[in-house]
Ligand binder design. Sequence first.
Ligand SMILES: C[S@@+](CC[C@H](N)C(=O)[O-])C[C@H]1O[C@@H](n2cnc3c(N)ncnc32)[C@H](O)[C@@H]1O
Length: 347
Amino acid sequence: MVQPAHIPVMLEEAIDELRVQPGGRYVDCTLGAGGHAASILSRSQPGGQLLGIDADPTAVQNLKTRMERYGDSVLLINDNFSNLESICYRYDFLPVHGILFDLGLASFQVDNAERGFSFQKDAPLDMRVNPLQETTAADIVNSYPEAELADLIWTYGEEPASRRIAHYIVAERPVYTSTELAGIIERAVGGRHGKIHPATRTFQALRIVVNDELDHLQLALQQAVKVLGFEGRLVVISYHSLEDRIVKQFMRREASGCICPPGTPSCICGHTPTLKVITKKVVVPTRAEIRANPRSRSAKMRVAERVVNDDEHTGLIERLCESVEMKENAWRQPTLLKKIRRLFLTV
Ligand SMILES: C[S@@+](CC[C@H](N)C(=O)[O-])C[C@H]1O[C@@H](n2cnc3c(N)ncnc32)[C@H](O)[C@@H]1O
């Protein structure tokens, strides 16, 4: 049986939350095998446009032919989503009606032994999402001092046996392949206990560090707010607690009126909300989805909507009053709100 390149996770839920509309402008920051992207494109026709980004050149290359039929409606870019804002400006793709992040890896990456992401397949310890990047997992495993390696496994893998694992790795260096490393970890923790493989957390930690995943996510979220139009939606699907925490805290902070440290007598930050949190409770896949696609089991989706803060609002009104169209048609417009919205979405 031919395995699908990737089964998109919470597809209907994500597309509904993005509120994909005909004519809208959307960014899929993590194209992968293009499942979400294809759905966004078909729901946004006629007139919709998609800017798709992926750090893995293979992902982008594979999709170029598949998406040819959408012609100019689709733009596929091989880049890191931490450059989201500059990409949108470079391609004049602003403001955006919806942005999707479906983090982590696609099945075609995990299942390709040569990429070294899986401890179940023997391959060089690589783990780079972008193969042009310099540092591989082998470089880290074979060069970091023991204490640093232990800290990394603890911080990014939340692995309780991090010190022991680091000690075993250093004793058995150099380590070249994924199965060699998995074997060392198994010996360090005294064999397999429970459902998850003892190498799971260490592999997660290495992957996060090799690809600088958490920093890129932080940067991209901040930029997402800058390119989203009024009422534009931000949808993020994450697969482990470190990512989810970043997303949750980011949305909460952006939705706050004041972000001064607790105990500050009066507000000095001047922060105004840029987002409204839509998912008060995190959304997870249904049992049926997990049964059909076990890889979806750790997924968590959070959604926020761009709101206009006071300064932006004043700026919009000023621009609205100065616009020729407004001067000419002024109060003949059916509703002022509709006009303001249109202005904002065509900055
Ligand atoms: C879970 S897959 C996305 C699957 C996709 N939604 C689909 O339906 O096929 C995640 C994708 O994000 C890409 N990726 C991970 N980190 C990235 C980053 N910092 N910048 C751009 N792409 C990234 C990976 O290469 C991978 O293809």
